[in-house]
Design a protein around this ligand. Structure first.
Ligand SMILES: C[S@@+](CC[C@H](N)C(=O)[O-])C[C@H]1O[C@@H](n2cnc3c(N)ncnc32)[C@H](O)[C@@H]1O
Length: 364
């Protein structure tokens, strides 16, 4: 039994069943035993691999996207470059390498990282040691107040999928919240709340769903998107969200647990396995629209990266490369862009102020 499981069992005995959102928040972010708080889970030797860890080309294309937007914004003298959930800092490092080639851009940048994990902050500092020193924040609200009045360029890759969601299941008498409780052997188990939840908690598009359907609601994600979009609406800028997910409201249980690149039971080994859900881009879009920003996409990651020129970048990197290096570059290109790989499952959505139209990477 993991240390976090012992803690959760005590918590449930004392306070009663907890929501899926509380379970996810504890499993990933508990200050002592949370998954991200105590380890570096990335890479082949870890639990999963993200796009920036597959190839430098991913971060370079994101950097190029930021550069084109900065130029289209009229090259503001001061701009806050923010990454939320920066992992090992690899994406930011590769993006900054692209940005160095753009005259004036490095001087304009103030770099901010929003990260909850002390362990990953140390890794990020090491990865980025050759660049301007970033400022770290625990919450997006903190960096946005610091950036008040100035435009931002923001990137969130595989961040929204790590945010806690609540789950509700439709029954004959309404929507009941799924809870983590204890079974008769005092081990973690799932059950439904005995009383129905108010229907207004469920997106209205799902009210007529069939009995048995599961709805997921990520209020934390909505709030973070609203904070970003409000800032962009008032002070200008552009945000790029990349994640796996769907671009229409839908039902289904998308909560998954991964350890050593394999799916495992969501209740097994809490604190030692990664937990994610599919991001509801339709919902993020609605929130951004409500803040009067312009939304671009979502589009597939493959389409986005190809529009930015990833094929040409792969060719340049392959020039003078050994045969082994060439095949690594081609394999990475395929994995990042192919429809059967990350090219379609991963979606890219941008939120900009109204003045930015025809944003690169999106067919509009
Ligand atoms: C799946 S990793 C993605 C890392 C990186 N963007 C990449 O693509 O390699 C999720 C990142 O978000 C951070 N994170 C998760 N939830 C967070 C929260 N609520 N606040 C701040 N950081 C969070 C994790 O510590 C980690 O750095």
């Amino acid at each position: 039994m993991t240390a976090l499981e012992t803690y959760l069992i005590k918590l449930i005995k004392a306070q009663g069943p907890i929501t899926i959102a509380t379970f996810m928040a504890e499993a990933l972010g508990n200050p002592r035993h949370g998954y991200y708080m105590k380890q570096d889970p990335f890479g082949r030797a870890g639990d999963f691999i993200t796009a920036p860890e597959i190839s430098q080309m991913f971060g370079e294309m994101v950097g190029l996207w930021q550069a084109v937007n900065w130029m289209n914004m009229g090259r503001p003298e001061k701009i806050h470059l923010i990454e939320i959930g920066p992992g090992r800092g690899t994406l930011m490092q590769d993006a900054l390498r692209s940005l160095k080639a753009i005259p004036g851009m490095m001087d304009a940048l103030e770099i901010h990282l929003v990260e909850m994990s002390p362990k990953l902050k140390t890794t990020q500092a090491e990865t980025l040691k050759d660049y301007k020193i970033p400022t770290w924040h625990s919450r997006i609200g903190d960096v946005l107040s610091q950036a008040k009045g100035a435009p931002i360029l923001l990137i969130a890759n595989e961040f929204f999928d790590a945010l806690p969601v609540r789950q509700f299941q439709k029954t004959g008498n309404g929507w009941h919240e799924r809870l983590v409780s204890l079974d008769d052997k005092e081990r973690l188990s799932l059950r439904l709340a005995p009383a129905p939840s108010p229907e207004h908690l469920i997106p209205s598009a799902l009210h007529r769903a069939d009995v048995g359907s599961i709805a997921e609601v990520c209020s934390i994600g909505d709030n973070i998107m609203a904070e970003i979009a409000e800032h962009i609406q008032q002070s200008g800028g552009a945000a790029l969200v990349i994640d796996y997910g769907h671009d229409a409201h839908g039902t289904g249980d998308t909560l998954q647990a991964v350890k050593a690149h394999k799916y495992v039971d969501i209740l097994s080994e809490p604190g030692d396995v990664d937990l994610t859900t599919h991001v509801n881009f339709q919902r993020l879009k609605e929130v951004a629209h409500a803040c009067e920003t312009r939304v671009h996409g979502p589009t597939g990651q493959g389409v986005f990266l190809k529009a930015l020129g990833i094929d040409a970048r792969a060719e340049t990197l392959s020039t003078n490369a050994s045969e082994a290096q060439k095949s690594t570059i081609l394999a990475a290109l395929h994995r990042l862009t192919d429809d059967g790989e990350m090219g379609n499952l991963f979606k890219v959505m941008a939120v900009t102020d109204q003045s930015l139209s025809g944003v690169i990477g999106f067919e509009e």
